[in-house]
Write a protein that binds this ligand. Structure first.
Ligand code: AMP
Length: 382
């Protein structure tokens, strides 16, 4: 930094499962793939650091060369709306927020602990996935349930994917060149998890995920919006326990529940081959997104651009076409050829000539956004 060039990258997959995988690449041409069980996040991060320090494949000579480590922390509750240097108090607060993010915050904490041991000289910075949505007004983030449940239990909309929505919004604002304060966007993040955010003047005003990442759009394995009364019915009629229903809605629903597979590529192939369930799943998936485009256009008043990002948003012309079909009345008109061509640069415009609203494909880059925020907070001081 501040060059924002990735000199090395990688991924640790299937942590805690019988088979795992560590992937590593460097700008200099290293490419390593290790099939190995990875017991926990500590072991995973230790592998990462060994690779970074490796004499032949690594990119740093010693741990002391790292000035700061940026951590993606999923839940910052109402306490964190900005990237934050991690001290003991911040660690305690992330720990206090575990009930709100029981799967993610413990893993994030163990990442921070290990990074502190390995890079004792470096500043540790937390970048919260909820932070970008802290600008929402109470009318958007409150649920119409008794006040005490908000005041005492902190039950409200938090929203997630904030780092991604912020990154692509900033890219779109820079591309459009209009004053940010007068620019309205809808950011559509379609990965395995999926959410949309209405962005006015660079700030989140509403988002489809809520208290948890479960509501809103149909996702790989999550149901998205569902009548909460279905949960009571499952409990009473089928005698399902709360953990069973939790698993059903988070891990066995969405595209997986509708088709048996959760990868949009497979579903598109099946649909092309005449599989009716796959075709219906794609229609439902796009219809839900279309409904929120309508809702957020109403919320924003007018619209300058919609942004497609993440695995599906960046790579599926079929989904983009289904989403944008018949939205001429909102000024949204897709250019078929540009849509089929897909990404042609950091920001690709794919709207038709008579479309008033820009339709953009912008590859998300949460790692770069986390690094930039970390650098802005602590980089220059070192
Ligand atoms: P992400 O969570 O952003 O990595 O996105 C992962 C999802 O992107 C996968 O589940 C795939 O369904 C989807 N995806 C990746 N490539 C394509 C593609 N070429 N066409 C359609 N979907 C894709």
């Amino acid at each position: 930094m501040p060059g924002s060039t990735a000199v090395a990258g990688g991924l640790v997959e299937r942590i805690g499962e019988p088979t795992g995988r560590v992937l590593y690449w460097s700008q200099a041409g290293a490419k390593i793939e290790r099939e190995m069980p990875v017991a926990d996040h500590r072991q995973g991060l230790t592998q990462v650091v060994e690779l970074l320090l490796d004499e032949r494949q690594g990119v740093i000579g010693s741990a002391g060369e790292i000035t700061a480590v940026g951590h993606r922390v999923v839940h910052g509750g109402e306490k964190f709306s900005q990237p934050t240097v991690i001290d003991t108090e911040v660690m305690d607060t992330i720990r206090e927020l575990i009930p709100l993010a029981p799967l993610h915050n413990p893993a994030n904490l163990s990442g921070i602990e290990v990074a502190r041991e390995i890079f004792p000289e470096a500043a540790q910075v937390a970048v919260f996935d909820t932070a970008f949505h802290q600008t929402m007004l109470p009318r958007a983030y409150r649920y119409a349930i008794p006040n005490a449940l908000y005041e005492e239990q902190h039950i409200r909309v938090y929203g997630f994917h904030g780092t991604s929505h912020l990154y692509v919004s900033k890219m779109a604002l820079a591309h459009l060149g209009k004053p940010a304060a007068d620019t309205n966007l809808i950011s559509i993040h379609l990965g395995n998890g999926a959410s949309m955010t209405a962005v006015a003047g660079g700030q989140s005003v509403d988002t489809t995920m809520g208290f948890s990442p479960l509501p809103g759009l149909i996702m790989g394995t999550r149901s998205g919006d569902i009548d909460p009364a279905v949960i009571f019915y499952l409990s009473e009629r089928l005698n399902m326990s709360i953990p069973e229903i939790d698993r059903l809605l988070n891990k066995q629903s969405g595209l997986l529940g509708l088709t048996g597979v959760n990868d949009v590529r497979d579903i598109q192939e099946r649909s092309e081959a005449g599989d009716m369930a796959a075709t219906l799943a794609l229609e439902m998936y796009a219809y839900r997104i279309k409904k929120y485009i309508g809702a957020y256009t109403a919320v924003l008043g007018y619209l300058d651009a919609i942004i497609f990002t993440a695995g599906v948003g960046q790579n599926s012309p079929v989904v983009r076409q289904l989403v944008c079909a018949n939205l001429e009345s909102l000024g949204i008109v897709l250019d078929e050829e540009k849509n089929a061509a897909g990404e042609t640069g950091p920001v690709s415009e794919i709207q038709g000539e008579n479309g008033r609203v820009k339709i953009l494909i912008i590859p998300t880059n949460e790692e770069l956004e986390i690094a930039s925020q970390t650098y802005a907070l602590v980089g220059q001081n070192k």
